[in-house]
Design a binder for this molecule. Structure first.
Ligand code: AFP
Length: 338
């Protein structure tokens, strides 16, 4: 079969009436920016881009040079096309308006420019995560509150993983599709259409070093997985943890599995570790569109009414069967303690 490029795929989505020209352009621009990020990350030490930038982001986390560079690449690429009303990023406290000299569009773009950036210096996969919302009607200068829409309102979501191959995974709410970057030609090519995550799995991803800080239902759930064949689940489970959400989610999208960043005593006051608007929401949309499930352990992620641009939430996502068991344990524990 003839390879289908991202551009061709977007044209077909337009013809099918699933996206408009502006959204198609937006995705093209983001994909082009991510190709530049892929080039920057792949240079490693030779590009002089490893290490800390010497600054902190809005979350108080040390910024890597590549965090700052990737943020700049995405902002610059998206400023002039006329497809956006504003951008918001993990690396910036407030939304970034489109400069007055450029036309404005009807979309809002949120992104984590380089997720898993603590892995850059050790040459492990990192990625970009993005979410697209519609700018509310008649809003010309979008403020934070214009971005605070539940994940169900997303028009598109995607991530790019910069690994041995550079891959783009994308959804418009009609299935989840994967594109592989053909480095020689410089274009993304459709490599998997309508990805399906197996409903059952025997593989889980979690940072086990936090175990003693977890809530009781999480202790119970993971304890049962670790008990293996002899335990209540009656089968052995395998564990993986890359500490780059994009890489962990991509494994799940490819061969099934379940990813947890639950609440623990250290992060309880913040509400969780991962960010709702540009990590949890886009990943939940992608995973649901591939037949998986995504919750906070208590509620569906996509139903959350956001309260802040940088809000954090617990994240349980992947193969439906395991997300449901872990979520049920939390709900049962809440009822027992009500
Ligand atoms: P960084 O971008 O600061 O490296 O954080 C990555 C991340 O947000 C997510 O990609 C990982 O799943 C998670 O944090 C890893 O967290 P731990 O370091 O606590 O395991």
């Amino acid at each position: 079969m003839k390879p289908v490029s991202l551009i061709q795929f977007l044209i077909e989505e337009r013809r099918a009436g699933r996206i408009n020209a502006e959204l198609s352009l937006l995705i093209e621009v983001v994909a082009r920016a991510c190709k530049r990020i892929a080039v920057a990350t792949s240079k490693g030490a030779l590009g002089g881009v490893l290490g800390n930038a010497g600054s902190d982001n809005v979350q108080g986390e040390a910024q890597k040079k590549l965090d700052v560079i990737s943020n700049e690449i995405l902002l610059e690429a998206n400023a002039w096309g006329g497809h956006l009303a504003a951008c918001a990023s993990e690396e910036m406290e407030d939304p970034q308006p489109i400069p007055d000299m450029y036309p404005k569009g009807n979309h809002l773009l949120l992104f984590d420019p380089l997720d898993g950036s603590s892995n850059i210096d050790v040459n492990i996969s990192v990625g970009t995560i993005f979410s697209v919302l519609r700018c509310p009607e008649h809003v010309t200068e979008p403020k934070v509150e214009d971005f605070l829409q539940p994940g169900t309102q997303q028009l598109a979501a995607g991530y790019v993983v910069y690994g041995p191959a550079t891959l783009l995974v994308l959804t418009f709410g009609h299935g989840t599709h994967e594109f592989t970057l053909d480095r020689e030609v410089g274009s993304f090519v459709l490599s998997r259409r309508d990805i399906r995550i197996p409903e059952q799995t025997a593989e889980f991803a979690i940072n086990m070093s936090n175990q003693r800080h977890w809530e009781a239902p999480m202790q119970r759930y993971v304890g049962e997985l670790l008990a293996g064949k002899e335990g209540p689940r009656g089968k052995d489970f395998n564990m993986r943890w890359v500490a780059s959400m994009v890489a962990d989610v991509h494994r799940i999208i490819t061969r099934g599995g379940v990813f947890f960043y639950p609440l623990d005593a250290k992060i309880k006051a913040k509400g969780g570790k991962l960010r709702l608007m540009y990590e949890a929401n886009p990943m939940a949309f992608i995973v649901e569109q591939a037949g998986g499930a995504a919750t906070t352990g208590r509620e569906r992620i996509l139903d959350i009414q956001p309260a802040g641009l940088h809000q954090r939430v617990p994240v349980f996502l992947g193969s439906r069967g395991e997300v449901e068991v872990a979520t049920r344990y939390h709900r049962e524990a809440d009822v027992a303690h009500a």
